[in-house]
Design a protein. Structure first.
Length: 232
């Protein structure tokens, strides 16, 4: 019976992930811990999160899903980007704070797996494929999150950890971030993210992966979700 902790679970992808996990049999998913920020501050309520740890009954944590994130528009691009600090703090710094805080429990878990929800728009190698200038802070923060994932993967590989960055189509999911114009319903994004999580192997440590969605499940749109490794 695996244990999961999902951050940013009050809405969007996080809520869909929790709802999906709740449908799994107890033989597969034994404990689900959910967390959410209660205000616009980038400072996480670490004490409140730790109060939920008792549910693990001393068995440790198997999966940590760092899903919490924000994205604000900057219509004039870099010149009007006045939200970099807040966006960076939530999307990158807070992920570090949460991951570091739960390392002791993850060490006690069987899976020792951390999934960071990233985005293809944070790929420097693919920057030319996403030239729009209206969300620079989001792109910058996700690029930082990708490097954070790699550094954790490198440092804790000998301890049996697996750290992954996953792009669930966040800018193309029908959430507050992606809007109703997105290619995919958030439920499909959650399903495909969990497909990756449950099939994760140690040799994927430090990878940046896309979800896989067959064209037959797509509802319009042009983006391809091929399930392959995404270049940094």
């Amino acid at each position: 019976m695996a244990s999961y902790l999902v951050t940013g679970s009050s809405r969007g992808l996080g809520l869909a992930l929790v709802a999906r996990l709740a449908t799994f049999p107890k033989t597969e998913v034994g404990t689900i811990i959910v967390t959410a920020r209660q205000d616009n501050s980038a400072q996480l309520k670490s004490i409140a999160m730790w109060k939920r740890v008792w549910q693990l009954q001393g068995k440790g944590l198997d999966y940590l899903v760092n899903n919490a994130g924000v994205s604000d528009w900057s219509p004039t691009g870099l010149e009007g980007m006045d939200n970099l600090n807040e966006t960076f703090n939530v999307n990158a710094t807070a992920t570090h704070i949460v991951s570091r805080a739960f390392l002791p429990l993850l060490r006690k878990g069987e899976k020792k797996t951390v999934l960071n929800i990233s985005s293809t728009v944070g790929s420097i190698a693919m920057a030319d494929a996403f030239p729009r200038h209206t969300t620079p802070a989001y792109k910058i923060s996700k690029a930082a999150l990708n490097m954070l994932t790699v550094k954790y993967a490198q440092q804790y590989v000998d301890d049996g950890f697996t750290f992954l960055a996953i792009s669930p189509g966040v800018m193309w999911l029908r959430t507050d971030l992606g809007s109703d114009l997105a290619d995919l319903p958030v439920e499909i994004g959650a399903e495909k993210v969990l497909d990756i999580i449950q099939k994760t192997t140690p040799d994927q440590n430090g990878k940046f992966l896309d979800i896989y969605v067959p064209r037959s499940e797509m509802q319009g749109g042009t983006y391809q979700y091929d399930g392959k490794e995404i270049p940094w």
